[in-house]
Design a protein around this ligand. Structure first.
Ligand SMILES: [Zn+2]
Length: 200
């Protein structure tokens, strides 16, 4: 139970209160202990240092951690003392992220045969001036890839299920399965309550 609480996610805000990361409760408590961060109470936005936080009485219905001598409230949001940058919003261009964008699905016929049976296809073939970009790369299954060969989708009689675009999601949030409801107050996308619903 303690281990599970320590692995719960905490939203990390930079000095300007912009969400920059998601850390485990364990990591957040270390940052708090080191005075590198303070806890934000999402109800009234009060800030708590380690001393303030550990002096708090527990509310009846809230999660807690059994420390050696006391029970600690579990922080949901912390704000960093010295960091004011914002991570790059752009998703890095990589093989893995193309698979992710296309949901491991052939963009021509819609099959999901598993990663080994999918390859990255140039929509407009390189021989016809196609570039290696988000907008020209799509996942294709072996059969569609073979059928398409060195032609455009139209020449091969294939139709793309959707226009390939640069994804807008941030890998920061995509990495984590769950959100805590109070995070939405800080501009972090909230798709469910921790432990109740998981993001697909
Ligand atoms: Zn296919």
């Amino acid at each position: 139970m303690v281990a599970k609480m320590l692995e719960r996610p905490t939203l990390v805000l930079n000095r300007n209160w912009q969400p920059v990361n998601v850390a485990t409760v364990a990591r957040s408590l270390v940052l708090l202990w080191n005075e590198a961060a303070r806890v934000v109470d999402p109800d009234d936005y009060r800030l708590y240092s380690w001393a303030d936080w550990t002096a708090l009485k527990l509310r009846d219905d809230e999660p807690w951690i059994q420390a050696i001598r006391q029970r600690l409230r579990v922080p949901e949001v912390i704000v960093l003392a010295g960091y004011d940058r914002v991570p790059r919003a752009a998703v890095s261009f990589s093989r893995r992220n193309i698979f992710k964008r296309d949901h491991w699905t052939c963009q021509y016929c819609g099959v999901q045969p598993g990663g080994d049976e999918l390859s990255i296809d140039h929509g407009l073939p390189r021989s016809q001036g196609g570039t290696s970009t988000w907008e020209n790369f799509v996942l294709a299954c072996v059969a569609c890839n073979k059928r398409k060969a060195d032609r455009t989708p139209r020449q091969a009689g294939l139709k793309l299920r959707k226009e390939p675009v640069r994804p807008t999601w941030k890998p920061l949030y995509a990495r984590h399965e769950a959100r805590i409801e109070s995070w939405s107050k800080f501009g972090a996308r909230c798709t469910g309550t921790w432990g109740l619903r998981r993001e697909g």
